[in-house]
Design a protein. Structure first.
Length: 261
């Protein structure tokens, strides 16, 4: 089994990995910190918890309410209230980046990985600069911890199959856990919209971020500006993450902080 050494390499799994037979399972279960930006009760977070079951000992520190699109906002001028909603599941009155800060320094300081998601909607290309989901793992990179942000692209009125997203997350975790990340780097992963029940094993493609700007379209009505742009019709570069995900494949991008990696 050979793993890709550079972006742009593609690999299709012929068989879904088995965690029972994985070499990772021969070691003590690693500690994991899980968070998101859709809130502690989000379906995507539950899917991520199921995906890591048996792979690591997970502790959840997630926002007590949705913070979609909040970017890398942090709170330092007010106390942050934390409540335990269930064993190992903590809700914080703060942003996703706050959750990583407190989770990685106060709750699970020995966490081996910080995992964020699975976001309800894609976080492709320049979305990484606006996404709370991605900000959580960018904060992890700043703290010297490896992280993976998971997002599920939503196309039109197609409902998200969170069971399928769970399976895809397991596949990607099995790959990325064996690939060391350089300091100051993190993974951004986007799952495609699956409108075909037979497409349960989409190809995993390593690809760069597409930095094409969104097509900004607004409708001005009575002095208010309403965004009317189409996410799916956004500009894209061939072979980059937007094109890969919109083409029905799993887009995996390594993002490196300036001065890192």
């Amino acid at each position: 089994m050979r793993f890709p050494e550079a972006l742009g390499h593609t690999w299709t799994l012929g068989k879904r990995p088995s965690f029972k037979k994985s070499p990772l399972m021969k070691r003590t279960l690693m500690k994991l910190l899980l968070t998101n930006d859709d809130g502690i009760h989000a379906d995507g977070l539950a899917a991520l918890e199921r995906a890591v079951s048996g792979w690591g000992a997970a502790t959840v520190v997630a926002p007590n309410e949705p913070h979609s699109g909040c970017g890398h906002r942090v709170n330092v001028f007010r106390p942050l209230l934390m409540n335990e909603v269930a064993a190992g599941r903590l809700a914080l009155d703060g942003s996703p980046a706050d959750c990583t800060r407190i989770g990685a320094t106060q709750i699970v300081p020995d966490a081996a990985w910080v995992l964020s998601g699975i976001n309800d909607g894609g976080n492709l290309g320049i979305d990484v600069y606006m996404s709370g989901t991605v900000a959580a793992v960018r904060e992890a990179a700043l703290l010297g911890k490896p992280g993976i942000a998971f997002s599920q692209y939503r196309r039109g009125a197609i409902e998200i199959d969170w069971t399928a997203a769970e399976v895809m997350a397991r596949r990607v975790l099995e790959l990325l856990a064996l690939q060391p990340l350089p300091p100051g780097a993190y993974w951004n992963v986007n799952f495609p919209a699956l409108d075909d029940e037979s497409a349960t094993d989409p190809e995993i493609v390593y690809c760069p971020l597409d930095t094409s700007p969104h097509r900004l379209e607004y409708d001005c009505r009575e002095g208010s500006y309403h965004y009317v742009g189409s996410y799916h019709d956004r500009p894209r570069q061939q072979g980059h993450d937007i094109d890969v995900c919109f083409s029905g494949q799993i887009a995996v991008s390594k993002v490196v902080l300036e001065g890192g990696g």
